[in-house]
Design a protein around this ligand. Structure first.
Ligand code: FES
Length: 158
């Protein structure tokens, strides 16, 4: 995905998002979620604009954006593969899961494939420890992963 070009239309779209939450006491998270849904990540310039509009320090917005693992602060692929690396998944083979994905996708952790299709990330608990080791691809969760299961899951995104 290419970085967002800040043009008048982008500002209008951000204004519309902000307007949706004018009655909220703490609208920041909801605004960031909408922006993230729209562009797939939180562009730095857009965050600066939100800071200006809400009259809050840009550093605070950036702090929120980087605190939550579900926010991206740079462009990502069409499919974001998040592999849990927390203790239960680690014990049950998260390292093998990551190695398999690195091999299958041809990218390292933190990278996006050249065709813009996949981004691979290691993350903390996904909340499905009962089916460790686990990963998410966009909003879908996959558990009990082994090499064969990973290949089977990836084939759905071919
Ligand atoms: S520890 Fe991996 S999903 Fe919870």
């Amino acid at each position: 995905m290419n970085p967002v070009k800040i043009e008048p239309i982008v500002y209008q779209e951000v204004d519309e998002i902000i307007r949706k939450y004018t009655d909220e006491k703490t609208p920041l998270l909801a605004i960031l979620q909408d922006i993230s849904l729209k562009w797939g990540y939180l562009p730095r310039d857009v965050m600066g604009y939100v800071a200006q509009k809400l009259d809050i320090p840009a550093a605070r917005i950036w702090g929120v954006a980087t605190f939550y693992s579900f926010f991206e602060t740079k462009p990502v692929g069409k499919y974001v593969v998040r592999v849990c690396k927390s203790a239960p998944c680690h014990v049950l083979g998260a390292t093998n899961v990551l190695e398999t994905l690195v091999r299958e996708l041809g990218i390292q952790v933190g990278e996006t494939s050249k065709d813009g299709k996949f981004t691979l990330q290691a993350t903390s608990c996904l909340g499905v420890c009962g089916v460790s080791p686990a990963m998410m691809i966009n909003n879908a969760t996959y558990g009990n992963l082994c090499e064969e299961r990973i290949r089977e899951v990836l084939s759905q995104f071919a």
